[in-house]
Write a protein that binds this ligand. Structure first.
Ligand SMILES: Cc1ncc(C[n+]2csc(CCOP(=O)(O)OP(=O)(O)O)c2C)c(N)n1
Ligand SMILES: [Mg+2]
Length: 569
């Protein structure tokens, strides 16, 4: 097992030992290539492994106990599954050589893991261990990546057996089968459009330069998905921001209003990036995605190309740039710059002077953070504030729990990212509700002297949901969070503590947090954030959802809201 993991280049495992994987842990201790990391809860292990795969040079690996370890880790495995992130989930399994029933941890793990993974395996014989890990790794990293589960029964670890061969891993190259006719039609369709636009997701993160060539040639605005925030640099004059419909920032909404052809790369038009499907691409759609199962699903494409953006991007860029002359895009760029400026001004003007202004905080972060900072958001209002107000520069990374949408992601994912890239800044933006879910992993960060910064948006509420309750229900239920003494919590877990109570504290607070991180101390920044203004995403997605209800439901909802407004909730 150790040999197999070393051969595929694993650098870390995350998890908690138990009697069913105690031998595996003993082997990992002997490894010079793999660092086994102890976590406080297996969901943290899964989020850490996810971040390793996203920013590191190796695949994220879980080493966990059966049943209870699996069920704890499932939320993180599910996130990796729906976000297309490779992962190896290795658990022990009950002994297969005993007649006795009712062993510890005896549930059908294969059945538990099937809907959350690309494949599941149980190793039955010693000689299958190495080939199974290789096969699991191949599946996890090929096509659209995702998690793969391998169960290793405890008896195969405890009792020794002979294997003839310890093969090394040899990667299988997947041939690319992109048709040149498809590339030509895609290029033609885009180049002949009056106002082409480009939409890039996570799958396009390696081809920003090709996308920029296409955008520059066509004078096309470039919008991103939430996961794709780092797929195109915000500093490019044609970058508009997240989304392109009613739930997008004004620069994107305006730039895509008259859009008559779209190039979409590495996105599947899922719920978040379309603002609950309120963003509808034009009929002339060129859709490129590594997973053929995402093409012609939510929106039909005129040209659908199943392939890795790394294969398609350069060829398509050559083809597009080969048609006609580059268009003048000064006017488009000017309008985008104006819209971005106005939107920031709206936020700055909203400043109520009491609580901390999100836009001022993000201004200070952008000013003080490196271009290649790894930014990780959790799930909530803070995610969309980050998406709308924090420009991601060339070389920067951004991700958040998107399609499985699992709160609690940020704190552990920052730890995984810092293990993978100790030389880069790692900054988490996390809601106070999400922080309560997995904040104890700060103990793991402190134990490993990882200088990560968690910026907690402390508003006392599960705001993303409270905001959704506000208008239709006129009252809030179960969205007010009990208070936490962050200073005491930071002290207790071995973290530095930085309070940002008002706008005056922002600049020095950010600087002091970054300094502690440089000194290898994790930092909890407690920001008394102002959430009194909704993001464009929230306002747009709520409106789109309301508009979709049939008249009867609308009347019922509006009637209830009015009644409660007049007579009290
Ligand atoms: C595991 C999980 N439980 C519940 C939700 C539903 N949910 C989505 S956002 C949100 C609010 C998050 O609150 P907080 O972390 O304080 O962030 P804020 O919205 O206040 O910025 C909730 C409850 C979820 N996405 N994941
Ligand atoms: Mg909150």
């Amino acid at each position: 097992m150790r040999h197999a993991l070393e051969s595929i280049g694993a650098e870390f495992t995350f998890g908690i030992p138990g009697v069913h994987n105690i031998e595996l842990y003993d082997e990992l201790k002997a490894s010079e290539k793999i660092l086994p990391v102890l976590v406080t809860h297996e969901v943290g292990a899964a989020f850490m492994a996810d971040a390793i795969s996203r920013v590191g040079d190796s695949i994220g690996v879980l080493a966990i106990v059966p049943a209870a370890g699996i069920t704890h880790a499932m939320s993180g495995i599910g996130e990796a599954y729906l976000d297309g992130v490779p992962m190896l989930v290795i658990s022990g399994g009950i002994r297969t050589d005993m007649a006795q029933k009712f062993q510890l941890h005896d549930v059908d793990q294969q059945a538990l893991m099937r809907p959350l993974t690309k494949a599941t395996f149980r190793i039955e014989r010693y000689e299958d261990a190495i080939p199974t890990i290789y096969e699991a790794y191949r599946i996890a990293t090929s096509g659209e990546p995702g998690p793969v589960f391998v169960e290793l029964p405890a008896n195969l670890q405890l009792l020794t057996g002979d294997v003839d061969d310890m093969p090394a891993y040899s990667p299988v190259a997947e041939p690319s089968s992109i048709s040149s006719a498809d590339i030509a039609s895609a290029a033609e369709l885009l180049a002949t459009a009056a106002q082409p636009g480009i939409f890039v997701g996570w799958g396009a993160r390696h081809v920003a330069k090709d996308i920029a060539r296409i955008a520059d040639h066509l004078g096309a605005p470039v919008a991103t998905t939430l996961q794709g925030l780092a797929s195109f640099p915000a500093t490019h004059p044609l970058h508009t921001g997240m989304g392109f419909g009613p739930a997008s920032v004004p620069a994107a909404e305006n730039a895509f209003k008259e859009c008559d052809a779209m190039l979409a790369v590495g996105t599947r038009f899922a719920e978040i990036c379309t603002g609950s499907y309120g963003a509808v691409p034009p009929k002339n759609l060129v859709h490129i995605d590594i997973n053929p199962g995402t093409l012609n699903v939510n929106y039909p494409a005129k040209v659908a190309i199943a392939g890795d953006a790394r294969d398609v991007g350069p060829t398509l860029a050559d083809a597009v740039c080969g048609i006609g002359k580059p268009r003048d895009h000064a006017a488009t760029a000017l309008r985008i710059a104006n819209d971005k400026g106005l939107y920031r001004k709206e936020w700055r003007d909203h400043d109520n002077g009491d609580r901390v202004s999100p836009s001022r905080l993000f201004d200070a972060l952008r000013e003080q953070l490196d271009d290649d900072v790894i930014l990780i958001a959790d799930d909530g209002n803070h995610t969309f504030l980050t998406a709308e107000l924090m420009p991601v520069h060339d070389g920067g990374a951004f991700f958040s729990p998107t399609d499985f949408n699992c709160m609690g992601y940020c704190v552990p994912a920052c730890i995984g990212a810092k293990f993978a890239k100790p030389e880069r800044q790692v900054v988490g933006i996390v809601g106070d509700g999400a922080f309560l879910m997995t904040g104890l992993e700060s103990v793991t960060a402190a134990a490993n002297e990882l200088g990560v910064v968690w910026i907690v948006f402390n508003d006392g509420e599960l705001a993303q949901i409270a905001q959704a309750q506000e208008v239709p229900y006129q009252r809030r239920t179960c969205t007010t969070i009990g208070s936490l003494d962050y200073e005491a919590f930071a002290k207790a877990t071995g973290c530095a503590y930085v309070p940002i109570q008002s706008n005056e504290d922002i600049v020095d607070g950010v600087a002091s947090a970054l300094q502690s991180a440089t000194d290898n101390k994790p930092v909890i920044v407690d920001v008394r954030i102002d959430y009194s203004r909704k993001t464009r995403f929230t306002a747009g997605a709520l409106k789109t959802n309301l508009a979709r209800f049939d008249t009867r439901t609308k009347i019922r909802m509006v009637g209830r809201a009015l009644y409660r407004k007049v007579f009290g909730a």
